[in-house]
Design a protein around this ligand. Sequence first.
Ligand code: F6P
Length: 356
Amino acid sequence: MLDGDVFLLAIMKKRTGILTAGGDCPGLNAVIRAVVRRALADNNEILGIKNGWRGLVEGDVVPLTRASVTGILPRGGTILGTSRLNPLESTETLERVKQNWEKYGLNALIVVGGDGTLSAALDIWRDHKLPIIGIPKTIDNDVRGTDFTFGFDTAVGVVTDAVDRLHSTAESHHRVMVVEVMGRHTGWIAAFGGIAGGADVVLVPEHPFKLSRVCELLRHREEQGRAFSIVVVAEDAHPHPDEDFLGGELSEQLFRHDRLGGIGTVLAHEIEQCTGIETRVTKLGYVQRGGSPTPFDRVLATRLGVKAYEMVLAEQWGQMAALHGNKISSVSLEEAVSDLNRLDEEIYRVAEVFFG
Ligand code: F6P
């Protein structure tokens, strides 16, 4: 039997769920650990929802203890698993979310995700009044309302390392190396990776490019005695409409579906044709999402996790933990999902100084 005070403490414990949804990214385990450790400091409980919203639809949950989060800080991926299931895809899925919420006695839910996941979180909070706090994550850095998302710095590190390595073959063989990077509809990874790696051209979705200009820059480099070049291209970079060398069908194939990718291969072919310089392509793909988070991402994820749990305690529902300057604060989910966070023009202009 529990004596009176202990019994009261037990029934007053807050039980908060946490889920990670959308594409995995480095720092997810750090954020889970931070939420759990902050909750345990107040003797509260955290339930891990498996595989994003799917776990709440299917009732797949696990209690997270100190032991569950030991040693996970440096690990990539997410111990909870993830999925891209949208809980609002049908009235049935939403009903099941509500039923499982009741069944597991949740007081609150921390949703760690990108713009799609956070949009669903906003709708569920606003329209169905389930108390939710958001945490932004993505390698793409395309979530508004926060200066950076964790995962981004690690992805930029991968791109930088790749560009450094690609310089060896580019220089030795006098080739153009085209490097295709992720970023969905924004050019953050391409611009940061390009600047950090010393790319000679960076192509981003925010600035549709002209192939003739790209070739001119590369030929000019060759004339100046620099017979190799590195071109970093974001997966959604596309040609300027005045000069759509891709043609209708190819353009459809590359850009009119959910999964981006392939522009690098097409571009490398076109560059070789117009410059006559031997050109190769490297698509970095999922390598950018994997592996151990950088110290910056570990610290950011940890700070956001602690803050998000404190927002649960303060009942700041419908808000998201965010980085503003050097401080962690909060912003409404409404603001966060109102639009994409597109590449900062100042960053692009810096990258542009080094073109050619
Ligand atoms: O949002 C992260 C990201 O890696 C994007 O850069 C990329 O376009 C997309 O996810 C790939 O998604 P999936 O994992 O569904 O192939």
